[in-house]
Design a protein around this ligand. Structure first.
Ligand code: C2E
Ligand code: CA
Ligand code: CA
Ligand code: CA
Length: 280
């Protein structure tokens, strides 16, 4: 038994060091990725559930690793946040999205608005970084309503005052704010009382269980009703089936996102969709 015990400890530490090395390698690769611009963005349409019109989209980052292939943002964003590299990545995202949305608004869809995911790190120093985005839009002649900022509940909980103040400034200037993954954080109601968001995105875990779990359906309905009373628009995330879509429509939801409606699309494919939409 003694030998086995020692072996399992040996196995355990060996595993730890492999994880550690993998992590170090990923950090290293991430730095190279930033230098060599190995990222690109895809755009997932946000669709009007009644008319199917697309006037919104969410920008999602992709990392094409030269050897390892596509790496999920769920894998590398948390690490980029930890080591602070997310700041540089996010500035790049903002530049890409603002130029892209400007072009598409001029050519294909005058009221297009694209949302960007943001991380807590970006709100340090009184949100100076994110506030600079408003100035940048102004300098480029891009209307503020062309950009929406997505934040998660966790972001609000961690550094309430600083974040809320920064977001308030942006919102006064006309940049819309979406609360992402709504319902997955904690203490969701106190900040709804103190801060007005423009969009509330119901997390896909609720949406996907709507047709199989009465509690999830009830929660979705309640969230949609509450948002309406608070003058927020609801976006349901992760719609994968017709049934989910219909239940959401019945509950009064007007905007949706999900594989049923459209997958995240490359720049070219999203542009084709806008062109097609104008022709019909
Ligand atoms: P999120 O902000 O909640 O983004 C929605 C995720 O759900 C995306 O995954 C999207 O591809 C996926 N999705 C959309 N429709 C469906 C559906 O019908 N079914 C299912 N199962 N999934 C669907 P993705 O692109 O892998 O991104 C994962 C997360 O990584 C995002 O979750 C977000 O938290 C983060 N992320 C992605 N891009 C960025 C970025 O540019 N900046 C930051 N800070 N975070 C990002
Ligand atoms: Ca999001
Ligand atoms: Ca989400
Ligand atoms: Ca999420």
């Amino acid at each position: 038994a003694k030998t086995r015990g020692r072996n399992s400890i040996h196995y355990f530490t060996e595993n730890m060091s492999t994880d550690f090395l993998k992590r170090m390698e990923l950090i290293d690769d991430l730095r190279t990725a930033v230098e060599q611009k190995q990222f690109h963005l895809v755009y997932q349409p946000i669709v009007d559930l009644h008319t199917h019109r697309i006037a919104k989209a969410e920008a999602l980052i992709r990392w094409q690793h030269p050897q390892k292939g596509l790496i999920s943002p769920m894998e590398f964003i948390p690490i980029a946040e930890e080591i602070g590299l997310i700041v540089e990545i996010s500035e790049w995202i903002f530049t890409q999205v603002s130029q892209q949305v400007h072009e598409w608004r001029q050519r294909h869809c005058a009221d297009l608005s694209i949302s960007i995911n943001t991380s807590p790190v970006q709100y340090r120093n009184e949100g100076k970084l994110v506030k600079a985005w408003a100035d940048s839009l102004l300098a480029q002649g891009i209307p503020y309503e062309a950009i929406s900022i997505e934040i998660t509940e966790h972001l609000l909980m961690d550094n309430q005052v600083e974040v809320v103040e920064a977001l308030e400034t942006l919102r006064q200037q006309g940049i819309t704010i979406s609360i992402d993954d709504f319902g997955t954080g904690y203490c969701s109601f106190s900040y709804l009382k103190n801060f007005a968001f423009d969009y509330l995105k119901i997390d896909q875990s609720f949406v996907q269980n709507m047709s199989i779990d009465n509690n999830d359906a009830a929660l979705c309905e309640a969230i949609i009703m509450m948002a309406g009373k608070l003058n927020m628009q609801v976006i349901a995330e992760g719609i994968e089936t017709e049934e989910q879509k219909q239940l959401l429509i019945d509950a009064g939801c007007t905007l949706g996102q999900g594989y049923l409606l459209a997958k995240p699309l490359s720049v070219m494919d999203f542009e084709q969709l806008l062109i097609k939409q104008n022709q019909s």
